[in-house]
Design a protein around this ligand. Sequence first.
Ligand code: SF4
Length: 468
Amino acid sequence: MNHRARYYHNRAPEFNTCTSLIGYLMGAGAELALAELLNRVAQRTEAFVKGVLFDCRQCGQCVLSQTGLVCPMTCPKGLRNGPCGGTLHGRCEVDPGRRCVHVRIHERTADSRIELMPLRPSPDTALFYTSSYVNHLTGRDRAARTPLAYLELGERRTTGPCRTASRLEAALRSGRWVMTTEVRSPRSASWAHLDDEAELFRDHFDAVNATAYLNGRPSVSSPLAAARLAELGLEPIAQATGRDQTKTSFVSELIENQLNGVHNLLCLTGDSFVGAPRIRQVYDMDSALMLYEARHLRETGTIQFTGQAVKDPPRPFLGAAINPYTEPVEVPLRRLKQKAAAGADFIQTQLIFDVAGWSCFLTRAREEGLTDDLFILAGVPVVISPKALAMVPSIPGVHLPEAVRRRLEGATDLRREGVAMAIETVQALRAMPGMAGAHLMLFGADGTALVDVEQGCRTRDAEEARVA
Ligand code: SF4
């Protein structure tokens, strides 16, 4: 069989019997032409009908029957497992004029119970623009349509022994309140600024995230910046985003992190680069699939998507993010449950300006037993610059209540007010059962404000202890 014949044979095995007969009667050229014709007719008819009815994107591995007839491929990021962190009040991060696809799926399929959602594999790009009916009949889409089996992760995962070499894990399991923050990876070939920040944070924070590629801007990669932090004696948290990575590069980074002494990894789907349309965004995996892949490798020693065994597999302590301000609240709760089942050990939340809203979400999460499965660190904003404050409403998924905005905008000394508000927020969060710590995020250029917050919290603790 020549190259072209093999191509059509593989693409249209379903037509082989009938086309073989014609091929026998009329020659191999007619067989191939007929197979191609039948495939095209099936694909284009399906694309037209489903396009009109469901806004079909022709992925060739249709899951409409599982999603209340809402096509998940209409999500601008092509996510199949739930919303990204950019959705706010049910609206889409990329196109706020539309409702989030996963909120619509929830409204069509779910009741108020917080059930564990199936974990769908990422779509098989080889099936794009083929007929999903034909693929279904022949079974070619089976792997892409069959949910992954969650690994057994055990009961009350927050109380067991340490499973990794992470110092962050040890701190969280000790039961004490944990504080983390973040540094931005350098955008030039110099470590000077990162080294200075590392020195500043060294004695104040239990772990430090290395953020990278913010707003699509090139920088040193997060694993490399995290390796530098580890070299300087800090406990780093590397970040990986589905927006920027393929499955291969993701697993490669897991291995590199282990080699570099980086034992914590935060898995993020990633913001869309709105306004930078020429950047190709990958989304080969969403954050839940990244967690699953990393957990699979850690627990079984095999790469899930290739089946290959890895000697000395990486053993990261795994984190995820959650946006509690998506409505209805069942949507982020189900997503949180899915991330816990996929393999998350700890959570760093979206920015919490609305403490009361967070408290409602946390109460529901506690009722679902999620605080027994996850260490939850709340994202606490430290806003110290007017320019950064003006930018906050444009950050995907951030809910800034009017009263908080007025308080910060009306401050005569924004740095002092921002630090005071962050200390109040940390103290309020700390009083909530189920919280494990806080993750401080700076809005401004002066990292000493983060240290001021951490020290301010310590001073308050000491005062409260004295009074008690
Ligand atoms: S908010 Fe995120 S998950 Fe929802 S449709 Fe938009 S890009 Fe997709």
